[in-house]
Design a protein around this ligand. Structure first.
Ligand code: NAD
Length: 461
């Protein structure tokens, strides 16, 4: 990561390719009625692949917005109430159409938003371009950026001196707490989107190094029950199919990890006609997978059987040397967990006589034992690398949680400790209620008698 001490380094010194441009676009101010952009004449900076993609990006952002009615309603309220007036928010999130609509929502609420990608391969370049030049949101993200550029983009967001951080995987918070500690003083709260980030934050809190309260968005029921399960389930298969065009029916798919993401992927692979094997380290989750009708086996047992392996554990080296050596000719390996450490790619490299790209997002490793193993999307989250990530309809709830939790933090952060907090229950329930309403679904209401019964203890057999 580059050093950042001088003002001259405010902009990232990332490597730029021929069409990668730093852009200074007219900043936009939300219109009072709906939070949409109008030109305010200021200058917005960013580092995006190609500003000419902005129009295309805007069209796709608007398409996603049609499927995010809960977030839209929150944006309309924020545009009137302006809860984030005077607040600067640094967000390290996957730069997708849905994230763009979240950023617009915060902007409508009066915030200055700075955005960078939370993974080098997940950025949608047209969206990044539109955010800068159509919506006036400073965005630093390029699909396929190298490690140095990735971190320089995080640095750019921190150098803007945010008051609140929004993270997906804890990379921004980690940089802030290690190499850029001097910027911590101005930060009073944060949010974290994903399971892996929450794990890292809990470790920081346990070691007493976390310097401000963070809400774990992933802990909301309206997040992990839907985003991780149905969002990751569908989009992971989408990414694998776009990358490979394989026929899933009749194949053997090995799903490593039966958490919220793993159970979504396992059920979607089963629905497509695969025989699904599940590997786990948790007895409880292994039992659940078995009773959901999956074959639960060790990875050693699964290795020679699988046609397609998908890791979703949040752990490292789940697929490693001994497993690659046992795999059949043509086995495909993909990851949809947060970091690219679940597949031990260095071990795969060491075992291989050659490595070459055979399709976009597909690399062939020819092992010295003569067999070929295909790695998808450099081992990075395949749903975002080779497809578009989760559908907007499910991100509607995840990002409604983000928006409402930021509003909560603005009001209440002073009363919180330097710990990791769950999403307040009333926010979670309100989002479920709003989502049901937008889906035209009515549920029953407790009668007064039922309500009393559920709160009493004397009435029995
Ligand atoms: N691709 C995406 O868009 C997306 C979306 C949400 C979350 N994620 C990421 O996916 C990962 C999983 O998230 P989750 O919400 O399902 O987490 P989770 O904690 O609910 O589940 C992870 C499961 O993996 C199991 N596990 C751990 N090590 C293992 C090993 N060596 N072998 C087999 N199983 C193992 C755990 O016991 C657990 O049941 C995280 O990294 C998370 O950040 C990705």
């Amino acid at each position: 990561m580059p050093k950042t001490s001088t003002r001259a380094r405010r902009r990232p010194r990332a490597r730029t390719g021929p069409r990668e441009l730093r852009v200074a676009a007219p900043a936009r101010r939300r219109s009072a009625s709906n939070g949409s952009a109008t030109n305010a004449g200021n200058s917005t900076t960013g580092h995006v692949k190609d500003p000419a993609l902005a129009r295309e990006g805007r069209m796709r952002i608007e398409w996603a917005d049609r499927h995010m009615p809960v977030l839209r309603a929150i944006r309309a309220r924020f545009a009137k109430q302006r809860p984030f007036r005077g607040l600067r928010i640094a967000a390290c999130l996957h730069v997708t159409t849905e994230t763009a609509n979240l950023a617009r929502t915060l902007q409508a609420g009066g915030a200055e938003v700075l955005l960078c990608g939370s993974n080098p391969l997940s950025t949608q370049d047209d969206v990044a371009a539109a955010l800068v030049s159509e919506y006036g949101i400073a965005t630093f993200a390029i699909k396929g950026e190298d490690q140095r550029t990735y971190y320089s983009h995080i640095v750019s967001c921190i150098e803007a001196r945010p008051h609140i951080t929004m993270d997906d995987g804890c990379d921004l918070v980690t940089v802030l707490h290690t190499k850029m500690k001097s910027y911590l003083a101005g930060v009073f709260a944060g949010t974290e989107e994903t399971s892996t980030g929450v794990t890292r934050l809990r470790a920081m809190a346990a070691q007493k190094v976390l310097r401000y309260p963070v809400i774990a968005i992933n802990d909301a029921d309206t997040k992990h029950l839907f985003d991780n399960r149905y969002g990751t389930g569908q989009s992971t298969m989408d990414g694998i199919l776009r990358a490979t065009n394989m026929l899933v029916a009749g194949s053997t798919v090995v799903v490593a990890g039966y958490g919220w993401c793993g159970r979504g992927v396992a059920s979607r692979a089963k629905g497509l006609g695969a025989t699904v094997l599940v590997t786990e380290v948790s007895p409880l989750r292994g039992l659940e997978a078995a009773m959901d009708g999956f074959q639960v086996v060790s990875m050693e047992e699964a290795s020679p059987r699988g046609d397609l392996f998908i890791t979703l554990t949040g752990n490292k080296a789940v697929l490693r040397r001994e497993h690659f050596l046992a795999m059949k000719e043509g086995a495909i390996v993909a990851n949809s967990g947060h970091f690219n450490v679940e597949i031990d790619i260095p071990a795969l490299e060491r075992l291989s006589a050659s490595r070459r790209a055979v399709r976009p997002f597909v690399e062939e490793f020819r092992l010295r034992n003569g067999r070929r193993v295909y790695l998808l999307g450099e081992g990075r989250l395949i749903n975002l690398a080779a497809a578009e990530g989760h559908p907007a309809m499910v991100m509607d709830m995840s990002f409604a949680n983000q928006a409402l939790c930021l509003e909560f933090l603005r009001k209440k952060a002073k009363a919180l400790k330097r710990e990791v907090y769950g999403v307040p229950k009333p926010i979670d329930e309100e989002i479920a209620r709003l989502k049901l309403a937008t889906m035209g679904i009515t549920i029953d209401t407790l009668t007064p008698e039922q309500d009393r019964y559920l709160r009493s203890w004397s009435e029995g057999t």
